[in-house]
Write a protein that binds this ligand. Structure first.
Ligand SMILES: Cc1ncc(COP(=O)(O)O)c(C=O)c1O
Length: 386
């Protein structure tokens, strides 16, 4: 391609990565690429320190008192599976919402099939707005888990996690929050929001590489691990050690990726969530305002002045979303994502299940010119269609 790419697919994974991430990964490979926690030589100790520093940075970001309550995973999906499969037992009831990503829905459906878990999806309106009293009404005496996305990856709606936590905590129900679209771009305070389990990607708003993610597990919450194996600790015992993070981190870690993630999180902390959120809000509003002026465009999700993440999904009358995304890429060098976005439930709510939508998701490194390029391209495609 001879034109620079306008990357507007940050909801899938963020790109580019900030300064420091590549350097941290390169340094790991070049200088101390040993296995952390599996030896007492200097290189292994340095690798262990880098993991700890990444955990500490994440703990600062999410206001977690003990960094060892954060475990590293491959991605959000892995973290959600540890939380869901590790907490639900036969006879339990679980609650989610009508806009969940498949990474919550499919593990819950597997638990329904494999363990006879009863699952309820609480309704939202077509923009994904949830009334917490509907969620409260769905709870049963045997509800063990409420699992909700902090933000819909199709609609951009932000769910009232703090209000949900105020409902679940006094009842002793675990609250699992899927922060795939909010970690690093919205303020998350696990204590203030009464979050018991926080699943997050390292590779989106936290600006680390693909293959990184994590799960915060509140002290006292006992989950059965998803995987058992070597931890480099208590090796003489047949049972998985109880101590965190070892209990949930069997096998050699992705030290290179986590070194990059640590640098990404430090960048977020330096810039601050406030600055990142403000930039993304500005770009989102500009995009929504521009698209709204194009005849035949319908934008999904809440209004621009409501709380929203930088996710703008839209349809162009009479145009197939997959073809629109294809033409944006091939003819204009603009990367967006079409289809169902792994969120058929949200498409069902939005009334776009048979068709899908085009999703543009700006990130902190996009410019106003990037947004204007997309608006101009959609304008042209809309004209050519008629
Ligand atoms: C709301 C939501 N949940 C879960 C996921 C899965 O994230 P990961 O790719 O990190 O497993 C995504 C990814 O797009 C998402 O948007």
């Amino acid at each position: 391609m001879d034109r620079p790419v306008v990357y507007l697919d940050n909801a899938a994974t963020s790109w580019p990565k900030p300064p420091g991430v590549l350097e941290a990964m390169t340094e790991c490979l070049l200088e101390y690429g040993a296995n952390p926690g599996r030896g007492s030589h200097g290189m292994a100790l340095k690798a262990g320190r880098v993991l700890l520093e990444a955990r500490q940075a994440l703990a600062r970001l999410f206001r977690v008192a003990n960094p060892n309550d954060i475990i590293f995973t491959l991605n959000t999906t892995h973290a959600l599976n540890i939380a869901i499969q590790g907490s639900l037992r036969p006879g339990d009831h679980a609650v989610a919402t009508a806009i969940e990503h498949n990474s919550i829905r499919r593990p819950l459906e597997a638990m329904r099939r494999l363990r006879g878990v009863d699952v309820t999806y609480v309704r939202t309106d077509e923009a994904g707005r949830l009334d917490p009293s509907d969620l409260a009404a769905a709870l049963k005496p045997n509800t063990r888990l409420v699992a909700v996305a902090h933000s819909s990856n199709l609609l951009g709606t932000v769910l009232p996690v703090g209000e949900i936590g105020a409902i679940t905590r006094p009842r002793g129900i675990l609250l699992l929050v899927d922060a795939a679209q909010t970690a690093g771009v919205l303020d998350i305070d696990v204590e203030a929001m009464n979050i018991d389990l926080l699943a997050f990607p390292g590779h989106k708003g936290l600006m680390g590489p693909l293959g990184t993610g994590g799960l915060y597990i509140r002290p006292g919450v006992g989950l059965e691990p998803l995987m058992y194996g070597g931890t480099g600790s208590r090796s003489e015992e047949p049972e998985q050690p109880e101590v965190r993070p070892d209990k949930y981190e069997a096998g050699s870690p992705n030290t290179v990726g986590i070194a990059g993630l640590g640098a990404g999180v430090r960048f977020v902390l330096e810039r601050s969530i406030r600055e990142i959120a403000a930039k993304e809000r500005m770009l989102t509003r500009r995009l929504m305002d521009g698209l709204r002026n194009i005849p035949g465009v319908r934008i999904l999700g809440p209004e621009p002045d409501e709380e929203r993440t930088a996710i703008v999904s839209f349809l162009l009358d009479g145009a197939d979303p997959a073809e629109t995304a294809f033409r944006l890429d091939r003819e204009y060098g603009i990367a967006v994502r079409a289809g169902y976005h792994c969120a058929p439930l949200a498409h069902e709510r939005a009334g776009t299940l048979g068709r899908g939508a085009v999703r543009a998701s700006p990130g902190y490194f996009n410019s106003e010119a990037d947004i204007d390029a997309l608006i101009a391209a959609v304008e042209e495609l809309a004209k050519r269609r008629t």
